[in-house]
Design a protein around this ligand. Structure first.
Ligand code: MN
Length: 132
């Protein structure tokens, strides 16, 4: 989506590389952070159209970072989609409780990724959880 920016907060190098590649294929501008603090700073600075938030980050975790972003009056409308490890079943509920609009489970499904992401960027994000 031209003119749309996605901020990816992810500490895993391989997953960051995959997500970056997919987003660029989808003509998104990509911002990257490998920890929560840097991610929050980039969100405040650039006001992206979407955040992809890994929940397991070094130091401050993704749930805490999500609450901070959602608690920022200037960023409260910014949709955040959690990236959760498939094995961490309880994480999905926690992510939605923290204010995420949805979640993607890792490993990322490359075939549906862009479609799902684009869906969350529309002005009316779906209320339902999207699992791919
Ligand atoms: Mn991680």
């Amino acid at each position: 989506m031209k003119g749309k920016t996605v901020l990816v907060i992810e500490d895993d190098e391989m997953n960051m590389k995959l997500v970056r590649t997919l987003l660029r294929l989808g003509d998104f501008d990509v911002l990257e952070a490998t920890n929560a603090e840097r991610g929050i700073a980039l969100a405040r600075e650039h006001r992206p159209d979407l955040v992809l938030m890994d929940l397991q980050l070094p130091g401050m975790d993704g749930l805490c970072a999500t609450r901070i972003i959602k608690g920022d009056a200037a960023l409260t409308d910014l949709p955040i989609v959690a990236l959760t490890a498939f094995a961490m079943q309880g994480d999905t509920e926690k992510a939605l409780d923290a204010g995420c609009v949805g979640y993607l489970t890792k490993p990322i499904d490359t075939r549906s990724f862009l479609e799902v992401i684009s869906c969350f960027i529309k002005s009316d994000p779906p209320e339902v959880e999207t699992q791919v």
